[in-house]
Design a binder for this molecule. Structure first.
Ligand SMILES: Nc1ncnc2c1ncn2[C@@H]1O[C@H](COP(=O)(O)OP(=O)(O)O)[C@@H](O)[C@H]1O
Ligand SMILES: [Mg+2]
Length: 257
């Protein structure tokens, strides 16, 4: 796909090197099709949405509505079938796979429902994992390790650095995953049901951490089924059949689930 693209409108104040036009991410008429033999699954059917810097969004919607597909595209783990994705001011369609990986590594931290920790690694080693994927594959330095220890402290695990995941509660494992997501100091945090496996007390603790990250200026986009979780975000988006059906929590208790 190589259509000519007009520059994005620049809001006032834009132009400094770290200001990507006021948006952390933008989707313009994005479609995503999956091909299964002769069948085409239209997982996203023309989604347009802007995420300003510092946004905090909860994405809701019933199973199969396209939430994970949307999050995968936002995380640049996959590319749109058509439409444009602008990440950090750059058109993803114009980037090579290597450039896209580099931008993903620099701009995005991921948090998953099932934590996705490496079982045989310690807490510290798990937090260090993204450093192995930095452009140039630099070795992990003493400063890197210091930063990882600092992040472990930030999520309340300073005294657990040598523990392995099986020695931790679910909430503690998710804290490790959050510290890991922060290693490269990303602007955007993407979370797919971050509290889906946690009890309500632990859910509250994790949501408090995410709230802090947002207050630090990070953009947070999370998928959740829980209205208690979605309410913590600044805005809520309800997906239906591959499209954004509505914004806000009004009526969601009856519509979703
Ligand atoms: N890798 C894939 N291959 C084929 N179909 C897929 C794939 N991933 C998702 N789908 C389909 O796309 C639609 C949206 O899925 P998904 O984004 O996972 O929804 P949600 O996260 O809201 O449950 C569903 O119909 C699903 O079956
Ligand atoms: Mg999903």
């Amino acid at each position: 796909m190589s259509t000519t693209i007009e520059p994005l409108p620049q809001p006032s104040g834009a132009g400094s090197p770290d200001d990507h036009g006021g948006y952390a991410a933008r989707l313009l008429e994005v479609h995503k099709n999956y091909h299964l033999g002769e069948h085409v699954v239209r997982a996203l059917r023309g989604v347009s949405i802007d995420f300003p810097h510092g946004d905090y969004v909860a994405i809701m919607g019933s199973s199969g509505s396209g939430k994970s597909t949307l999050l995968n595209l936002l995380g640049a783990l996959d590319r749109p079938s058509s439409g444009e994705y602008i990440l950090g001011g750059q058109y993803v369609s114009q980037l090579t796979d290597d450039d896209l990986s580099a931008i993903r590594n620099q701009l995005i931290g991921f948090i998953f429902q099932s934590y996705n920790l490496i079982p045989q690694y310690t807490v510290l080693e798990n937090i260090q994992v993204p450093l192995n994927y930095r452009p140039g594959r630099r070795d992990i330095s003493a400063e890197d390790t210091e930063r990882c220890e600092f992040l472990a402290g930030q999520v309340g695990l300073a005294d657990r650095l040598d523990h392995r995941p099986f020695q931790l509660s679910g909430g503690q494992q998710q804290r490790v995953a959050i510290a890991r997501a922060l290693v490269n100091n990303p602007e955007i945090i993407l979370a797919d049901e971050p509290t889906g496996n946690l009890d309500s007390t632990t859910e509250g603790e994790i949501m408090q951490l995410l709230g802090q990250l947002n207050e630090e200026g990070r953009t947070i986009i999370m998928v959740t089924h829980e209205t208690s979780v979605a309410r913590r975000a600044k805005r809520q988006i309800i997906m239906k059949d591959g499209l954004i059906a509505s914004e806000g929590l009004f009526g969601v208790e009856t519509e979703v689930k």
